[in-house]
Design a binder for this molecule. Structure first.
Ligand code: ATP
Ligand code: MG
Length: 139
């Protein structure tokens, strides 16, 4: 069953480059409702936990070190068919392959510093949202 919710993070590169406002603008203009929102920073340990699914990949260490290198913005978003719609809005993992007008095409510079995260399934959206937000932080 679809929950119509997804989880996102504006990654350290996009925060450092001053894109928080533009990205939130794109997200709300695309029809997503903000359910929860937080400006925070991941420790290396927490980033490792969040991306544990990629532990065996060659880029895991760089990914964890990048994701803990500076502040991020975490959010839970709601829209019909949220997972798929949001993946469409952010574009391909590699910004060089991301479609025109997508968030990664507009704000990301490389496959490792790719501006934004979007959950890949309802199950992971639930897990990732729970990682950052308690029940009384959602509206
Ligand atoms: P995210 O989970 O961050 O939304 P994604 O679902 O598009 O991204 P994943 O396959 O889940 O892509 O990879 C997680 C992250 O790991 C990517 O966003 C990217 O920053 C990094 N990554 C993925 N593939 C590579 C690669 N080949 N080289 C370097 N970094 C990579
Ligand atoms: Mg992913």
């Amino acid at each position: 069953m679809s929950t119509n919710r997804t989880f996102t993070m504006i990654k350290p590169d996009a925060v450092a480059n001053g894109h928080i406002g533009s990205i939130i603008n794109d997200i709300t203009h695309a029809g997503f409702k903000i359910i929860a929102l937080k400006y925070t920073k991941l420790s290396a340990e927490k980033a490792g936990e969040f991306y544990a699914i990629h532990k065996a990949r060659p880029f895991y260490h760089d990914l964890v070190s990048f994701m803990s290198s500076g502040p991020i913005v975490a959010a839970i978003l709601e829209k019909e068919n949220a997972i798929e719609e949001f993946r469409k809005l952010i574009g391909a993992t590699n910004p060089a392959e991301a479609a025109e007008g997508t968030i990664r095409q507009k704000y990301a510079k490389s496959i490792d510093a790719n501006a934004i995260h979007g959950s890949d399934s309802d199950e992971n959206a639930q897990i990732e949202g729970d990682f950052f937000f308690t029940a009384d932080e959602r509206f």
